[in-house]
Ligand binder design. Structure first.
Ligand SMILES: [Ca+2]
Length: 263
């Protein structure tokens, strides 16, 4: 068996190492450049930090973009690229092939939740030659709870004198001049709504005409009326039950004379 002197063996081993290093560093320069990039956006904002988070209203649609760029990865032999989201957002993405220098965008969808929301999109590429490369990028939004709608302040009302006129009957919404007053309000008074609107005198008659005006003011979208239709009906029922017509009449009258926006 032929054996090399120890010094020649070491020299050969060194040559092999040098050759390996040469091939690793020079013959496969692509390995050093291998990379893939992902930029994740929320509703168009990169928003990498919480400070950059766009403000959304709770319930708004959220669109996440996962923008993947092949910045120098793989010749494409057995290339696979997958995109995931750390919060479990379903990433809609089909990357059959992504050449070096090419970019594609994947999408995820959600509904804005309250408070600061953060998720991270990650891409992983696997190639026969280059192995595994990956990149991750976060984005944020802040979900703001919309303020409740301001309570209807009222401030408008049309008078019985307006509503009783026949040429204003086209402003009646939801009720007809010929409807029975008693059927609508659930009381015993008599006559139609139109007759009640034109009733003269005090007591029950004064309440009846203002009740009809209040009812019609509450039912039309054209008048910003203080009371709802349900309020008006229950107030009328309470007045008839108690016999105190004047107190309720005064309340309606104050609102019915606030100013009529209808023509
Ligand atoms: Ca980002």
């Amino acid at each position: 068996m032929h054996t090399l002197p120890r010094s020649r063996f070491l020299a050969a081993a060194f040559m092999l190492l040098a050759a390996f290093a040469f091939f690793t560093l020079n013959v496969s320069p692509a390995a050093a450049n291998t990379s893939i990039d992902i930029e994740k956006h929320t509703n168009g904002f990169d928003a990498d930090t919480p400070e950059e988070a766009p403000i959304l209203q709770v319930g708004d649609q959220v669109v996440w973009e996962y923008i993947v760029t092949n910045t120098g990865f793989g010749p494409g032999r057995g290339l696979t690229i997958t995109v995931t989201d750390d919060q479990g957002v379903e990433v809609i993405c089909t990357i059959d092939y992504l050449d070096v220098g090419e970019t594609t965008t994947c999408y995820g969808y959600g509904i804005a939740e309250a408070g600061l929301y953060s998720n991270v999109g990650c891409v992983e590429g696997i190639d026969i030659r280059d192995g595994v490369v990956s990149d991750c990028d976060p984005s944020h939004y802040y979900g703001e709870t919309p303020p409740p709608p301001p309570p209807s302040g009222g401030g408008q009302g049309c008078t019985p004198g307006y509503w009783k006129q026949e040429h204003h009957f086209d402003s009646w919404i939801g009720y007809s001049p010929s409807d029975s007053f008693d059927a609508i309000f659930g009381v015993s008074y008599g006559g139609t709504l139109a007759e009640a609107a034109g009733a003269k005198g005090g007591g029950a008659n004064a309440l009846a005409r203002h009740a009809v005006a209040a009812l019609l003011n509450s039912a039309t979208g054209g008048v910003d009326y203080l009371y709802s239709t349900a309020d008006v009906i229950s107030m009328v029922q309470a007045a008839f039950a108690s016999g105190d017509f004047n107190g309720t009449k005064d309340l309606f009258e104050a609102q019915n004379e606030m100013g009529c926006p209808l023509n």
